[in-house]
Design a protein around this ligand. Structure first.
Ligand code: HEM
Ligand SMILES: *[C@@H]1O[C@H](CO)[C@@H](O)[C@H](O)[C@H]1NC(C)=O
Ligand SMILES: *[C@@H]1O[C@H](CO)[C@@H](O)[C@H](O)[C@H]1NC(C)=O
Ligand SMILES: *[C@@H]1O[C@H](CO)[C@@H](O)[C@H](O)[C@H]1NC(C)=O
Ligand SMILES: *[C@@H]1O[C@H](CO)[C@@H](O)[C@H](O)[C@H]1NC(C)=O
Ligand SMILES: *[C@@H]1O[C@H](CO)[C@@H](O)[C@H](O)[C@H]1NC(C)=O
Ligand SMILES: *[C@@H]1O[C@H](CO)[C@@H](O)[C@H](O)[C@H]1NC(C)=O
Ligand SMILES: *[C@@H]1O[C@H](CO)[C@@H](O)[C@H](O)[C@H]1NC(C)=O
Ligand SMILES: *[C@@H]1O[C@H](CO)[C@@H](O)[C@H](O)[C@H]1NC(C)=O
Ligand SMILES: *[C@@H]1O[C@H](CO)[C@@H](O)[C@H](O)[C@H]1NC(C)=O
Ligand SMILES: *[C@@H]1O[C@H](CO)[C@@H](O)[C@H](O)[C@H]1NC(C)=O
Length: 385
């Protein structure tokens, strides 16, 4: 090899290291940059679950609500800012999605161990797997990067609603590349967690404007739910999505459907829509928990693969709520959040901040925090060598 070829190869290697060369998700993505990422996420969730039994359910749902809106890019975590209109205000999310504080705790723990490395989108994917501890497990593919934008319109249109019919649910899954088996398997996540009365109350009193309850509802279960959710009562009261084993990740969701005890209309339709090809899948998962777990694991991987940002796309946020640009450029108006990033990030943060401000003023929104950290690391090596 000539020296110029060598120099070119070295340059290419350097550029690819700087920009991130991997365009495919990869289970080993953080092996050298953050080898303990899985156990760090696991520890924070396991600690949180001691005081919040519902946290696993809430976290896996965040990954779902992230992935269905422009792909698994952490967009659901962004708060309002000068450039962002938060997805948290979209109808499927408002007063319903939760667990954001635990995501912050995970991010803080990761920033302490491997600053600027692990994306918020990957945190949600890992948390989703850790959330079903005791249930199925799978190898989480990694290397997603974070969006610099949110899409509240996308959250309102792409996420399925509990009153939608099976045809619409199948279409919304198909729109993101998931098939009917994925729909039935992933709906099985409703084997734990809670729903508010507002999410199913029309089934109890006035189903599809008929003035009567949903005829598919088990009458005993209907009476129980009517007692919990009286007409004109508090719509925020919570019901277990799985009345039999509310906090276990098992296949009882499917046996519930067979006894007409699906809580949401969208649940019961998988079994009660006459002639649907979802019925035999429900029966399979109801009679065979291994079949459910195996399919659920594969379907979670399928969902996690929806349009990730990779390579040099997007950024690695330092604060999952703010986005890199916002977190570095915010003035005192949001001092508290800024302080969280600042306090928990590596020393030298102020230096990165200063660099970022300088770069931003020259080329707004173009250079990511991660690249600045990479460039700073390289220049630091030059300085000491
Ligand atoms: C098939 C279409 C789906 C619909 C229509 C749907 C709808 C809903 C609704 C309405 C709630 C209750 C929200 C509330 O009242 O606050 C809920 C909760 C939940 N959903 Fe779904 N969902 C679907 C699919 C999924 C998928 C694919 C997953 C994950 C893989 C999932 C995981 C959960 C979990 C775990 C909860 C409970 C969350 C908690 O307790 O915080 N859902 N869903
Ligand atoms: C564990 O959880 C508690 C209560 O949620 C919290 O105060 C504490 O900081 C957490 N500890 C660790 C090590 O995450
Ligand atoms: C976020 O911004 C939108 C649009 O300005 C506003 O309607 C909404 O109330 C804000 N949400 C929060 C939580 O501040
Ligand atoms: C969300 O909850 C707040 C506070 O309880 C309430 O004022 C608001 O109306 C709720 N929004 C929706 C869309 O339910
Ligand atoms: C937001 O979501 C809508 C609905 O899926 C989509 O049509 C639109 O292209 C998205 N906008 C952006 C900027 O990604
Ligand atoms: C399902 O809902 C869509 C949208 O509301 C409607 O156009 C369609 O006719 C419904 N299909 C069935 C089979 O009820
Ligand atoms: C049921 O809902 C329909 C359509 O939303 C409405 O017109 C009707 O008044 C409701 N009936 C009762 C008994 O609340
Ligand atoms: C409605 O129920 C929720 C959940 O139990 C509770 O937090 C809230 O305080 C209740 N609101 C009212 C007005 O009673
Ligand atoms: C209703 O639920 C009960 C208790 O879970 C069950 O034994 C019964 O078979 C169900 N009835 C129907 C019609 O599904
Ligand atoms: C249950 O499902 C597993 C996994 O798909 C399969 O290997 C096994 O043969 C099934 N068991 C029965 C009794 O069908
Ligand atoms: C049940 O599901 C498993 C796992 O997806 C599959 O291998 C098996 O063929 C299914 N069995 C039936 C009877 O559909």
């Amino acid at each position: 090899m000539s020296s110029s070829t060598l120099a070119m190869a070295a340059l290419l290697l350097w550029v690819s290291m700087l920009r991130g060369s991997t365009a495919q998700l990869d289970a080993n993505f953080y092996d050298t940059t953050c080898p303990d990422v899985l156990s760090i996420v696991q520890q924070v969730i396991s600690n949180a679950s001691q005081t919040d039994i519902r946290i696993g359910a809430s976290l896996i749902r965040l990954h779902f609500h992230d992935c269905f809106v422009d792909g698994c890019d952490g967009s659901i975590l962004l708060d309002n800012s000068s450039t962002i209109e938060t997805e948290k205000d979209a109808a499927p999310n408002v007063n319903s999605t939760r667990g954001f504080g635990v995501v912050d705790d995970i991010k803080t723990a990761l920033e302490n161990s491997c600053p600027g490395v692990v994306s918020c989108a990957d945190i949600l994917a890992i948390a989703a797997e850790e959330s079903v501890a005791g249930g199925p497990s799978w190898t989480v593919l990694l290397g997603r990067r974070d969006s610099t934008t949110a899409n509240v319109t996308g959250a309102n249109t792409n996420l399925p609603a509990p009153s939608e019919n099976l045809t619409t649910l199948i279409t919304k899954f198909s729109d993101v590349g998931l098939d009917t088996t994925d729909l039935v398997a992933l709906s099985g996540a409703h084997t734990f967690g809670r729903a508010r009365c507002v999410s199913f109350i029309d089934r109890l009193y006035n189903f599809s404007g008929t003035g009567s309850p949903d005829p598919t509802l088990n009458s005993t279960y209907l009476a129980t739910l009517q007692q919990l959710c009286p007409q004109g009562g508090n719509g925020s009261v919570l019901a277990d999505l799985d009345p039999t084993t509310p906090d276990e990740f098992d296949n009882n969701y499917y046996s519930n459907l067979e006894s007409n005890e699906g809580l949401l209309q969208s649940d019961q339709e998988l079994y009660s829509t006459s002639g649907a090809d979802t019925i035999s899948i429900v029966s399979n998962f109801s009679s065979n928990q291994s079949a459910f777990f195996e399919t659920f694991a594969q379907s979670m991987i399928n969902m996690g693969n929806i349009s990730p940002l990779t390579g040099s796309e997007g950024e690695i946020r330092l604060d999952c709520r703010l986005g890199c640009g916002a977190s570095l450029l915010l003035d005192g108006s949001d001092g508290e959040k800024f302080a969280i990033v600042n306090k928990n990030s590596a020393r030298g943060f102020e230096v990165v901040d200063t660099i970022k401000r300088a770069v931003e003023s020259a080329c707004i929104g173009v250079v990511s925090c991660a690249d600045i950290l990479a460039i700073a690391a390289r220049d630091f090596v030059f300085l000491i060598s």
